[in-house]
Design a protein around this ligand. Structure first.
Ligand code: GLC
Length: 526
C-alpha cells in the first residue's frame, strides 16, 4: 500500500444494515456485537470502512431512519459500550466507522417533537415546521410526502399542521431555528469525539424548505409526489453555508469524510454540494437504476466525472438499503456471471466503491408475495404497484445452518430460500465463487494505485457489448475489459505489452479473447 493512501479516496466502503447482519441477542434482529464478531470477515474482504445504517433509538416506523435520540444506541443493537468497542476493534483492523445521520427529520417520539406538540408557546414548538390551516381548513400548501399523501398532518389540539417529507411519524425539523442548528451540529461533534471517521447525511438537501412555503408548480407524473416540480421543498440555497459549517467541524478531526444522499437531484446538482469546504462526496443515485448495458454505465460515469470536475472525488454504488440488489437486477436465476462483471466494474471505475452487505456473495432480494408480510410501510401504502424495500434488507447468509447462521431466533425478515447454497462458508470453499472473485479484485485494487486514484479513459466510445477503460496514475496503466454480453468476443488492445492481473500474470498483446461475461484486468508492462 502506498504511503499516501487516503482511505476514503483509495479504499472501499462497506454498508451494513445492522438489523440484518448478525444477531447475538437472539431476538431476530442484528446487533453491534454481531458486527464485532464479523470484523474478521470484513477485514478479510479488504474493505477500509463500514457505513452503518442508523443505530440510534428508534420506534422503527422507518427502521431507524426515524431517530428518537441522536446520541445514544438503541438497546436492540446494544449499548454505547458496544459501540465504543466496535470503533476500537474495527480500528485495530484498519477499518473506520461512518455513521448515518438522519437530521432532516426526527421520530415523532423524539423528546423535541413531544414538547413541540404540547402547545404553541412551548419553547420547542418552533423546532418543527408548524403552520396554520388555510381559511377553509386545508393544509397550508400543496406539498406532498414522498411516502404518500399530503406532507401536512393536522393536530386538532393545536389547530395546526406540521410538515413531514416522509411518514407522518417523521416530522421535519426547522433548520432555520438557531437552537436546532446548534443541537444538530453538536451531534456531529459528539460522534466525532467518539472516534467515528465520517458521516452519511440522509436526504441532506431537504433540510431547508422555502421560508414562504410556496406551492410547488405541478407537472405530469404517476404518483402525486411526482406530479410536482420540487423547487420549494428541497435544495434551498441555505444548505451551502450549513455544509461549510459542517465541514469546518469535521475538518478539526483527522481524515474525516462526509458523503451526502442527494434527494431529487441530478449529477450536476449533486456535484454542486461537493468541494473542499462542502461535502467530500455525494451519491450518484442514477447509477443504481441503470439497465444492463455497457453504454448506460459509461454515460452515467462520464456525466458524473464531468459534473464533479476537480471539485470532488466521485463514488459509486450499485446497491443500498433502498433499491433492488445488484444481483436481483442483473442476474438470471442463480447465475452469478453478471454479478462478477458488475463487481469488477464497481471496484475498478474511478470513484470510491460502496459495497452493500451481501453484495459480495450475490444476495438476491427476497420475494414479497403478500401484503400482510410487508414490513416497510412504503410497500404497504403502494401495494401492489410497489412492494417496498424489504426485498433488499433480508438477513446476511453466513452458512447453511438455521436461519443461515444469522440468528437462533426467527429473523425479522425471512432469509432467502437460496441460503443453503448461497452463503459465506460455501462461497469461501470454492475458488470460482463470487466472494472469492470480489476478494481477488479488491486485492488487485489494493496493489494498483491506478485502480484507486487513477484517471479514467474510455477505450470504447460507444460500447455495445464490452465496457473497456483505462485507469492511469503516472506511469501505471491498468486496462479494465468487461464483457457485458453472453458471447465469445475478441477485444483489440491499445499498443503495448499487457500482463493479465487476474490470470497469473500471463502476457498479452494486440488482442484478448473475452469469454461470455468475461472480465480482464491488464497492466501495461513498462
Ligand atoms: C433516505 C433513506 C431511506 C429513508 C429516508 C427517510 O432516503 O435512505 O431509507 O426511508 O431517507 O429517512
Amino acid at each position: 500500500m502506498k504511503k499516501d493512501f487516503l482511505w476514503w479516496r483509495d479504499g472501499i466502503i462497506y454498508q451494513i444494515y445492522p438489523r440484518s447482519y448478525a444477531d447475538t441477542q437472539n431476538d431476530g434482529i442484528g446487533d453491534l456485537q454481531g458486527i464485532i464478531n464479523k470484523l474478521g470477515y470484513i477485514q478479510d474482504l479488504g474493505v477500509d470502512a463500514i457505513w452503518l445504517s442508523p443505530i440510534y433509538p428508534s420506534p422503527d416506523v422507518d427502521f431507524g431512519y426515524d431517530v428518537a435520540e441522536y446520541t445514544d444506541i438503541d438497546p436492540k443493537f446494544g449499548t454505547m459500550k458496544d459501540f465504543d468497542q466496535l470503533v476500537k476493534e474495527a480500528k485495530k483492523r484498519g477499518i473506520r466507522i461512518i455513521l448515518d445521520l438522519v437530521l432532516n427529520h426526527t421520530s415523532d417520539q423524539h423528546s423535541w417533537f413531544i414538547e413541540s406538540k404540547r402547545s404553541k408557546d412551548n419553547p420547542y414548538h418552533d423546532w418543527y415546521l408548524w403552520r396554520d390551516p388555510k381559511p377553509n381548513g386545508d393544509p397550508p400548501n400543496n406539498w406532498q410526502s414522498v411516502f404518500g399523501g399530503s406532507a401536512w398532518e393536522f393536530v386538532p389540539e393545536l389547530g395546526q399542521y406540521y410538515y413531514h417529507m416522509f411518514y407522518k411519524e417523521q416530522p421535519d425539523v426547522n433548520w432555520r431555528h438557531p437552537k436546532v442548528r446548534a443541537a444538530m451540529l453538536d451531534v456531529f461533534r459528539f460522534w466525532l469525539k467518539k472516534g467515528v471517521a465520517g458521516f452519511r447525511l440522509d436526504v441532506f438537501n431537504a433540510y431547508f424548505k422555502d421560508s414562504a412555503f410556496r406551492d410547488n408548480p405541478t407537472k405530469i407524473g404517476l404518483r402525486a409526489f411526482d406530479r410536482q416540480e420540487h423547487i420549494y421543498d428541497v435544495s434551498q440555497p441555505e444548505m451551502i453555508p450549513l455544509l461549510n459549517e459542517i465541514r469546518e467541524i469535521c475538518d478539526q478531526f483527522k481524515e474525516t469524510y462526509v458523503v451526502g444522499e442527494t434527494f431529487l437531484a441530478d449529477a450536476a446538482q449533486s456535484a454542486a454540494y461537493c468541494g473542499d469546504d462542502k461535502l467530500h462526496a455525494a451519491f450518484n443515485i442514477g447509477f443504481a437504476h441503470n439497465r444492463w448495458h455497457p453504454k448506460r454505465f459509461l454515460t452515467a460515469s462520464l456525466k458524473w466525472y464531468e459534473a464533479l470536475g476537480e471539485k470532488a472525488w466521485p463514488n459509486n454504488h450499485l446497491s443500498n438499503h433502498d433499491v433492488q440488489r445488484t444481483a436481483t437486477r442483473y442476474c438470471f436465476g442463480e447465475d452469478d456471471r453478471r454479478a462478477k462483471v458488475a463487481a469488477a466494474m464497481l471496484l475498478t471505475l474511478k470513484g470510491t466503491p460502496f459495497v452493500y452487505y451481501g453484495e459480495e456473495i450475490g444476495l438476491r432480494d427476497i420475494p414479497i408475495r403478500k401484503k400482510e408480510d410487508i414490513k416497510d410501510p412504503v410497500g404497504i401504502t403502494f401495494w401492489p404497484f410497489y412492494k417496498g424495500r424489504d426485498g433488499c434488507r433480508s438477513p446476511m447468509q453466513w452458512n447453511s445452518e438455521l436461519n443461515a447462521g444469522f440468528s437462533q431466533a426467527k429473523p425479522w425478515l425471512p432469509v432467502h430460500e437460496n441460503f443453503p447454497d448461497r452463503n459465506v462458508i460455501r462461497q469461501a470453499s470454492y475458488p470460482d465463487s463470487l466472494l472469492n472473485f470480489f476478494k481477488s479484485i479488491i486485492e488487485i485494487r489494493k496493489k494498483e494505485p491506478a485502480l484507486q486514484r487513477g484517471d479514467f479513459y474510455p477505450l470504447v466510445e460507444n460500447p455495445r457489448h464490452i465496457l473497456a477503460y483505462l485507469r492511469r496514475q503516472e506511469e501505471d496503466q491498468v486496462a479494465v475489459i468487461l464483457n457485458f454480453s453472453s458471447r465469445n468476443l475478441e477485444f483489440d488492445l491499445p499498443d503495448g505489452k499487457w500482463i493479465s492481473l487476474l490470470d497469473q500474470d500471463k502476457q498479452i498483446s494486440d488482442s484478448i479473447k473475452m469469454n461470455p461475461y468475461g472480465v480482464a484486468l491488464l497492466k501495461l508492462q513498462t
